[in-house]
Design a protein. Structure first.
Length: 205
């Protein structure tokens, strides 16, 4: 509704500043991503440090199609090594032969390693997605004080900074190790009093 778009979510007040400029995190991120898609300079992708990146529900993972492309690329490059080895055999150049075989073997092993790593990343994201989505959809962002809250208190109490929220959500979803790529979220400390009474991860996890 127009009124909701202008003033935020109807009936939701930020517990931090008491303001009404509150919208769901889901909507906040969707609107920012829509703006990024219209900006040719960003390529339509969330930029490091942008609000949608700071509030991202998951670290994301390489999809199966891209993994397939990586596999094909690896095979092509390994094939060049085999071509070099064949040339060495034909021209009686042992250095070419040995070097080409080693190149092909190393590239093939590296390609398989990359593909398996991408598959593990997808598994981790898929397993943690239900928990991350539950927290993400329950969260509201206040543009007035730039904080995140959970109005019904089901996931946490009070207000958190986007970095604290991201750390709490990713930790509960099993993505804590991926916070290594986000210094601010990694170093954020979730207040113990913010955690719901039914338990949760250690705030420093």
């Amino acid at each position: 509704m127009a009124n909701e778009a202008a003033q935020g979510a109807v009936g939701v007040v930020c517990p931090g500043c008491g303001g009404s400029s509150v919208r769901t995190v889901e909507r906040t991120c969707a609107e920012e991503r829509a703006g990024e898609k219209d900006d040719w300079r960003t390529g339509g992708k969330p930029q490091r440090g942008s609000l949608s990146d700071r509030l991202a529900a998951s670290p994301g993972a390489t999809d199966t199609f891209d993994s397939f492309l990586h596999f094909v690329e690896g095979l092509v490059i390994a094939g060049l090594g085999l071509g070099l080895a064949y040339t060495g055999t034909q021209q009686d150049k042992p250095l070419y032969t040995v070097g080409g075989v080693l190149w092909a073997v190393l590239l093939f092993v590296a390609t398989i390693s990359v593909i398996r790593g991408e598959a593990r990343e997808r598994d981790v994201v898929n397993v943690g997605e239900p928990r991350a989505q539950r927290m993400w959809r329950a969260a509201y962002y206040c543009s007035g004080c730039e904080s995140v809250c959970c109005p019904d208190g089901s996931e946490w109490q009070g207000v958190l900074t986007p970095e604290q929220f991201k750390k709490l959500m990713w930790t509960k979803a099993g993505y804590a190790d991926r916070l290594l790529h986000d210094d601010k979220a990694k170093e954020a400390t979730v207040p113990a009093e913010a955690l719901p009474s039914h338990g949760g991860p250690h705030p420093h996890a």
